[in-house]
Design a protein around this ligand. Structure first.
Ligand SMILES: Cc1cc2nc3c(=O)[nH]c(=O)nc-3n(C[C@H](O)[C@H](O)[C@H](O)COP(=O)(O)OP(=O)(O)OC[C@H]3O[C@@H](n4cnc5c(N)ncnc54)[C@H](O)[C@@H]3O)c2cc1C
Length: 378
């Protein structure tokens, strides 16, 4: 086994915490730096399905698969596609009880699950890393408003789409797809919104048409998270998160002219607009010149539009990297090999996702979703 390098993990998202758990399980020490002030300081986002071929592999390597399966929502794997104009069903897939292989978990529950085994490790909350700086000896320091940390032999950049760790490896930045997801919430749906609860079902409901979409997913605590997806106008497309920050429900509904009232009720009856999420992705091909002592996992390496693989890939990357580190004699070589494997895997995936996303928000949107469902079944 190689001599343990000193390690910093930037970001305590699913990628960073997967790396942390696999390393910790093998007795390795590290420091995690996370911008969130505390574990509960921010809504973590929607429900996630973790797949047996990637997310669940990572959890197994982290020693957390059984714990995940114990808390995951196995009953929430249904999928429905509805016609935008009538709300009627175009496709419904309801797995037999116990048959679905992609159980759902709320992000906050996943984060808690992955933090529990790390109590003895150093996790610095409320530290937003502004810059990773290379030193002459090949090590790196982390600069933040809270001070300078390190030097570290190895920095693992798990800091998401707008990664600061990436800046030392490449000047390439994510570009905006032109589509933003306006996120809305409905709570206590079985009692307060039974019609909408039935419309969405126990899982995810898609309705897409003409560059717009209403995607609703059942979350824990009988809540539904709705993504009202819109193509932004040119004057909105520079920082749409800021420009659309105060969009009201009426303005949002006006973007969905001709849509079925049953679907629009997911917007009009929602409790609140929670966030505007501009969808961005890293331009292809992915990659950078390898640099000793600094690497990336997850969205930092390959942010792509949300078609249900991002978290799974982030966790697989992180577990691949951590397993490589604890298994090889030469940790630098282990990182190099990980990077090659990760980029070879994620580049064709990113191409496929980019094409799929363009089709979802293109002219044959409903058919594109139905085709995706068919390809998952194969
Ligand atoms: C609307 C939407 C829906 C999605 N739905 C799904 C889905 O259903 N299934 C799926 O698999 N994927 C989904 N994704 C994609 C998924 O969210 C990401 O791919 C995944 O979260 C990537 O994990 P990560 O750990 O790499 O990054 P992140 O989850 O972004 O975590 C990064 C962490 O780093 C922290 N951080 C950021 N910058 C710094 C800094 N400078 N210093 C310190 N800390 C920092 C952040 O606070 C965060 O905790 C969705 C994405 C969006 C936008």
């Amino acid at each position: 086994m190689s001599q343990q390098p000193s390690i910093a993990i930037v970001g305590a998202g699913p990628g960073g915490l997967t790396a942390a758990n696999v390393l910790s399980r093998h007795g390795w020490r590290f420091e995690v730096f996370e911008a969130d002030p505390s574990v509960a300081s921010r809504d973590q986002g929607g429900s996630l399905d973790l797949h047996p071929e990637d997310g669940q592999v990572a959890l197994e390597r982290a020693g957390l698969l059984d714990a995940f399966l114990a808390v995951a929502r196995h009953d929430d794997q249904e999928q429905r596609v509805r016609d935008f104009a009538t709300g009627s069903l175009l496709r419904e897939e309801i797995p037999e009880p116990g048959a679905g292989s992609r159980p759902e978990i709320d992000r906050s529950v996943l984060r808690d699950l992955m933090l529990a085994p790390l109590a003895s490790q150093a996790i610095h909350w409320g530290v937003r890393i502004d810059e990773v700086v290379a030193r002459a000896d090949g090590r790196h320091v982390l600069k933040s408003g809270a001070g300078t940390f390190g030097p570290f032999d190895l920095v693992i950049g798990a800091d998401g789409a707008w990664s600061k760790s990436r800046s030392l490896l490449t000047e390439v930045r994510p570009t905006y797809t032109g589509v933003s997801f306006v996120e809305l919430w409905l709570g206590d749906v079985d009692r307060q919104h039974p019609t909408l609860s039935a419309l969405v079902g126990r899982g995810t409901m898609f309705s897409l048409h003409g560059g717009a979409g209403i995607i609703a997913q059942r979350n824990g605590n009988a809540s539904i998270r709705v993504y009202a997806a819109i193509r932004t106008r040119p004057q909105e497309s520079d920082r749409p998160d800021k420009v659309l920050a105060n969009i009201g429900k009426d303005q949002l509904l006006a973007r969905f002219g001709g849509w079925a009232p049953s679907l629009l009720a997911l917007i009009s009856e929602s409790d609140r607009i929670a966030a505007v999420r501009p969808i961005s992705s890293l331009p292809l091909p992915l990659g950078w010149l390898h640099r000793d002592g600094l690497t990336l996992v997850g969205d930092a390496a390959h942010v792509m539009p949300p078609l249900g693989v991002g978290v799974n890939l982030a966790m697989l990357d992180a577990s691949d990297l951590a397993v490589a580190l604890v298994s090889h004699d030469d940790w630098r070589l282990a990182v190099h090999r990980y990077e090659k494997l990760m980029l070879e895997r994620s580049t064709p995936m990113a191409e496929q996702i980019a094409q799929g996303f363009a089709e979802w928000f293109g002219s044959e949107a409903s058919q594109a979703v139905l085709d995706d469902m068919d390809s998952h079944r194969r």
